[in-house]
Design a protein around this ligand. Structure first.
Ligand SMILES: [Zn+2]
Length: 307
């Protein structure tokens, strides 16, 4: 019999990375450095890089934001493989995976009010859910939570080092489907990462505790676990994380070359002094040739360059 797999099968699995902004506002400096870092990791690993718009939560979406983010990335010289992916196209798949978890007794309905939950202890990701509704029969107005039994989740973050959580004690049964009938961030992100065959996730360190939930869900659904790299978050002079929620400034497309160089500096790279006056193409060539993520090791946050 001819071995159709050939020598190619001995090759490493292709690197697949992604940038997945939520269209809740325009691109700000904090999300720009996540885009730069994930792009450079993919490029230096001869990998693919995808752009996915995480618009599953349509209630928080700003209608102009998807186009504005896309335009900003284009004008900063990012090039993505494949067409842009939109989570809003995954609804049928989301429901199928939700039902699969329920049918396999991995998830249950919960109708605890916010007021009741407020009395719970706070853990890694907000309140710790202690299984109140696990055995209840609830027929309407509910969220869906996944059963979390005594379990330690460990992973080795490429930047932040070894991480572990006792999931039942630190987080408890967490929501996979919200009461307003919208999929949770954790479930949506792992389903779409799996669909895209994402092998490596590079994102802000503010999401590091989400990784425990996401690894757990990947295991429940027999998905492969990607490798994680959590880059430092950008903080302002008051040590507040830059975020759309706190009105972080939109990056100016007119300052594209300067923004990229500022991004490289925030990512602890050492671009030459005059790089910002060079072309986008040359900036990216320099960045790809010189990218070194080791400089970020164990760094949780970095200051905004000149805001
Ligand atoms: Zn409950």
């Amino acid at each position: 019999m001819i071995d159709k797999s050939g020598i190619g099968s001995l090759n490493k699995i292709e690197y697949r990375g992604r940038f997945a902004p939520s269209p809740t506002g325009p691109l700000h400096f904090g999300s720009l450095i996540a885009a730069i870092a994930s792009y450079l990791e993919a490029k230096t690993n001869q990998g693919k890089w995808f752009l996915r718009i995480d618009d599953a939560d349509y209630l928080r979406e700003q209608k102009y934001a998807s186009d504005s983010i896309k335009k900003a990335l284009e004008l900063h010289g990012f090039e993505w493989d494949k067409d842009i992916q939109y989570q809003s196209n995954s609804n049928v798949l989301y429901k199928r995976m939700r039902n699969h978890l329920i049918d396999n007794k991995k998830a249950f309905r919960c109708n605890c009010s916010r007021k009741i939950l407020k009395n719970n202890q706070t853990g890694l990701n907000g309140i710790i859910y202690t299984g109140t509704c696990r055995k209840k029969h609830i027929t309407n107005d509910y969220s869906i939570r996944v059963f979390v039994d005594q379990l330690k989740i460990k992973f080795n973050d490429e930047i932040q080092g070894s991480q572990s959580s006792q999931l039942d004690k630190d987080i408890g049964d967490f929501v996979i489907w919200r009461r307003d009938n919208i999929i949770s961030y954790h479930l949506a992100t792992i389903i779409d990462d799996n669909e895209l065959g994402v092998t490596n996730i590079v994102r802000g360190n503010d999401l590091i505790n989400s990784t425990f939930c996401q690894l757990y869900l990947q295991n429940l659904l027999n998905y492969k676990n990607p490798t994680y790299s959590h880059i430092p978050v950008v903080v302002d002079k008051n040590k507040q994380k830059l975020s759309k929620q706190f009105g972080a400034k939109e990056i100016s497309n007119k300052l594209n070359t300067q923004n990229l160089v500022d991004g490289l500096l925030a990512l602890k790279q050492t671009p030459p002094d005059d790089l910002a006056s060079d072309s986008l193409e040359n900036i990216w060539s320099w960045a790809i040739e010189n990218w070194n993520s080791k400089t970020l090791e164990m760094t949780r946050s970095v200051k905004t360059p000149n805001l």
